[in-house]
Design a protein around this ligand. Structure first.
Ligand code: PEP
Ligand code: MN
Length: 339
């Protein structure tokens, strides 16, 4: 439920209500707006004496939160959440659209430093690259791991880009968080609840990809796990879902972007690389994602896609990336945003 305070409620009056909420065994999440304060209360409502709360000074009303995901819902917070990433604190979720690009996997120091330079020059805000790779086959390249993280950190120093890299296990959350600016939780791990709780205990923004066959409600409940563990900095990333269709690697449902913008205040990115599986489709789906209202893109970009250790077929070249960003900028401007 949400307790809506009257405009002008003092700090002490808000604290009094928070104390009452605790007395009833609920967790409080106050949200201080410009006009009024609301207190979202999470927990078992059966023990709550609503009358007692309603009678407290300066309480306006109590309204139920209908969505099963509470803190992620626009019912609790109507203003869009902005999440600052990287050394330059670029805000994802604001007026400006942010593009994060880079290879699927960190393959070598030379590769990452070279791509980072191109990604920065194109006008992107973040560098992606997996140091720990969740591969379908145990015989495929599993990533450079800690060495890969060190290379990414060096690329951040050189470029100023935010480093986005995947964390695939609870045991490696600390080491990844030590090097990365944004912790990516991949599609395969969207429902790995102990991992969601572990990244929820860090202070790093989390990029949460949609599970390969997850519904939006399940995805937002996964985001809720992270927020409930103490980390409100969750960025959602639509990366396509598995359907019967096989001309694409995944089907990229761009209608999830307006749906998410309606149901959650969290920023939404689109990954047109995993969302299609084909490099030639990436520019068109990137343009469409920006037009649909995405806050940014996560794009795979490789200087030598033919020799990539993973996902070469869906990786665009630095040249294509450089040509794409000015086009995206024009689309952003046409819908009142910028890039
Ligand atoms: C990736 O970003 O390289 C990746 C493994 O993506 P996903 O989790 O969406 O499959
Ligand atoms: Mn990939």
């Amino acid at each position: 439920m949400i307790i809506v305070m009257k405009p002008g409620a003092t700090k002490e009056q808000v604290q009094h209500v928070i104390d009452l909420v605790h007395d009833f065994g609920l967790k409080d999440h106050p949200i201080y707006g410009t006009d009024r304060t609301v207190i979202a209360c999470i927990g078992d409502k059966r023990t709550v004496d609503k009358g007692a709360i309603e009678n407290a000074p300066m309480v306006d009303r109590i309204v139920p939160i209908l969505a099963p995901y509470k803190m992620a819902s626009t019912e609790v917070k109507r203003t869009r959440t902005q999440i600052e990433i990287g050394p330059e604190r670029f805000p994802i979720g604001g007026k400006r659209i942010g593009v994060i690009a880079g290879p699927c996997a960190v393959e070598s120091r030379d590769q990452i430093l070279r791509i980072a330079e191109a990604v920065r020059a194109a006008g992107c805000v973040g560098l992606r690259g997996g140091a720990y790779k969740p591969r379908t086959s145990p015989y495929s390249f599993q990533g450079m791991r800690e060495e890969g993280l060190e290379i990414l950190a060096e690329a951040r120093e050189a470029s100023g880009l935010a480093i986005v890299t995947e964390v695939i296990s609870v045991q490696t959350v600390d080491v990844v968080a030590q090097f990365a600016d944004v912790l990516q939780v991949g599609a395969r791990n969207m429902q790995h609840y102990p991992l969601l709780e572990a990244v929820g205990k860090t202070n790093k923004p989390v990029l949460l990809k949609r599970g390969i066959s997850s519904r939006i409600e399940e995805w937002l409940l996964a985001a809720e796990y992270i927020i409930n563990a103490g980390n409100p900095h969750v960025i959602l990333c639509e990366r396509g879902i598995r359907t019967f269709e096989d001309y694409v690697r995944n089907t990229l449902p761009l209608s999830s972007v307006p749906e998410l913008n309606d149901k959650t205040h969290l920023p939404v990115l689109v990954d047109p690389s995993h969302g299609t599986g084909h490099a030639f489709m990436v520019p068109a789906m990137s343009r469409a994602a920006v037009a649909a209202g995405a806050d940014g893109l996560l794009v795979e970009c490789h200087n030598d896609p033919e020799h990539a250790t993973s996902d070469g077929a869906q990786s665009i070249t630095p040249k294509t990336l450089a040509e794409l960003l000015p086009v995206l900028r024009r689309i952003a401007q046409a819908i009142g945003r910028d890039l």
